[in-house]
Ligand binder design. Structure first.
Ligand SMILES: *[C@@H]1O[C@H](CO)[C@@H](O)[C@H](O)[C@H]1NC(C)=O
Ligand SMILES: *[C@@H]1O[C@H](CO)[C@@H](O)[C@H](O)[C@H]1NC(C)=O
Ligand SMILES: *[C@@H]1O[C@H](CO)[C@@H](O)[C@H](O)[C@H]1NC(C)=O
Ligand SMILES: *[C@@H]1O[C@H](CO)[C@@H](O)[C@H](O)[C@H]1NC(C)=O
Ligand SMILES: *[C@@H]1O[C@H](CO)[C@@H](O)[C@H](O)[C@H]1NC(C)=O
Length: 233
């Protein structure tokens, strides 16, 4: 995969700090010519954020273009378990002109600005269902409508996660202990019962044999003998 010359692998290493879009740009740079036409979309160096349930989170995205933009179309969409859910979209007529953004989600707010080539959004009051991949998509008609996008990942965490974990660990260990104890008790009970049964059997034998002794005969034959003796009496 890392084939090619030393210079190329060096560039590869550089590209690693960026995202796939960066890598794509590096490749186009190598090919030559293309730099002048490439629009670049970036979510920054960190491609994910961890947000606490209920908080408000910034989904960052910026763009840059060597040849400038005209009627740059962009949108944000969320990969909701396979279905692409569009959150907002707009067209930036030209540089420095603020776009009129269509918001398609009740907790999304556009906070970008054309002056800073910033097309970030805020997602208010995040829930666990908001967790997932957010794609910042842009297309510049000036460069043959080539598509550009960058993915930002939102991870939603519970503030009480650690406490919950501790509680879970305690519950699990207590449950495990109790189950173990029950098993031990049952095993002991079985053994004790077994032993007791054996002892009882022995005791019975003793009792029977002693009663047999009384009747001067053994066990069942003794009782039979008793049955036989009753009609006689
Ligand atoms: C997430 O936060 C909301 C609002 O603060 C709360 O109603 C909900 O119970 C929380 N969910 C969990 C699993 O903690
Ligand atoms: C997500 O999709 C998978 C299969 O594609 C399905 O089994 C699962 O129930 C879905 N989950 C939700 C929350 O819709
Ligand atoms: C976020 O939650 C707060 C408190 O529950 C509420 O006042 C606010 O309107 C919510 N914002 C949005 C955009 O839903
Ligand atoms: C984009 O704008 C938002 C809101 O003003 C700001 O928080 C963020 O830092 C900006 N991002 C960049 C890369 O300038
Ligand atoms: C760009 O994306 C659109 C969908 O948003 C798609 O219809 C179009 O074919 C894509 N164009 C290219 C060159 O990939």
């Amino acid at each position: 995969m890392d084939g090619g010359g030393r210079g190329r692998s060096f560039l590869h290493r550089c590209a690693r700090s960026g995202d796939s879009v960066h890598a794509g740009v590096v490749v186009t740079l190598l090919v030559g010519l293309w730099c002048a036409q490439a629009l670049e979309v970036s979510v920054g160096k960190v491609h994910f954020v961890e947000a606490v349930n209920g908080s408000t989170v910034l989904l960052p995205c910026t763009y840059s273009s060597c040849i400038g933009i005209k009627n740059l179309y962009f949108n944000w969409h969320f990969n909701d378990n396979g279905t692409m859910l569009k959150l907002c979209e707009a067209v930036i007529p030209s540089e420095e002109v603020e776009p009129k953004v269509d918001i398609l989600h009740d907790r999304v707010e556009f906070v970008g600005s054309s002056r800073t080539s910033n097309i970030s959004i805020l997602l208010w009051n995040v829930t666990f269902e908001d967790e997932g991949e957010y794609t910042c998509f842009a297309r510049n008609p000036k460069e043959k409508n080539r598509n550009h996008s960058a993915i930002f990942r939102l991870i939603v965490v519970d503030q009480l996660k650690e406490v919950d974990n501790t509680v879970t660990v305690i519950i699990v260990s207590v449950l495990g202990g109790v189950i173990g104890l029950v098993i031990i008790v049952m095993v002991i009970k079985t053994i004790v019962l077994h032993v007791l049964t054996k002892v009882k059997e022995k005791n019975k034998e003793c009792l029977v044999s002693s009663s047999g002794n009384d009747n001067t005969e053994n066990g069942l034959s003794g009782s039979k003998a008793e049955n036989k003796t009753t009609p006689k009496a």
